[in-house]
Design a binder for this molecule. Structure first.
Ligand SMILES: *[C@@H]1O[C@H](CO)[C@@H](O)[C@H](O)[C@H]1NC(C)=O
Ligand SMILES: *[C@@H]1O[C@H](CO)[C@@H](O)[C@H](O)[C@H]1NC(C)=O
Length: 138
């Protein structure tokens, strides 16, 4: 292997690692069940919920005093205490519609970065897990 090719491979690897880590943040996610409405963002407006049912509530770290309402996040499960809880290779896009601190139905864990609707949570993790570690990106 030529020396320039070796350098090229090393640089490509470093750049890809940099892009990987700088594009996503790491956090935690819990799940919650209906009733989902009314929400802190849009009260009882039924059109707030995407037809995919992929939505969630923002925890204190991303709530941003309500500015997070309507933000879209890409979310994937990276690990969990419960073995094999993550659905490998599954990334979802969710919309923030509520504040995790004032949900109508209690979340499966307190203090997480976000709380996901049942449909959203089960798309990336085993439904019986209470809390998972996630990578997320706006
Ligand atoms: C979350 O906190 C509330 C209020 O302190 C408590 O009632 C509830 O049991 C907690 N939920 C979990 C899953 O720990
Ligand atoms: C989810 O986890 C439970 C408890 O660990 C396990 O019994 C079940 O088989 C898992 N479901 C899937 C689809 O992996």
């Amino acid at each position: 292997m030529s020396r320039s090719l070796q350098w090229y491979l090393v640089l490509t690897f470093l750049v890809s690692q940099f892009l990987r880590t700088s594009h996503g943040d790491v956090g935690t996610a819990a799940r919650y069940s209906p009733p989902y409405s009314p929400t802190s963002c849009y009260e009882s407006d039924p059109s707030q919920f995407p037809s995919s049912n992929l939505f969630g509530a923002a925890g204190d770290g991303i709530w941003d005093n309500g500015a997070s309402c309507g933000r879209q996040y890409l979310v994937r499960c990276i690990s969990a205490t419960q073995p094999r809880a993550c659905v490998q290779g599954s990334t979802i896009q969710i919309k923030i519609v509520d504040y995790a601190g004032s949900l109508r139905s209690p979340p499966s864990a307190n203090g997480t970065t976000m709380v996901l609707s049942k449909t959203a949570f089960e798309a990336i993790a085993n439904a019986s897990a209470n809390s998972i570690n996630i990578e997320f990106q706006q």
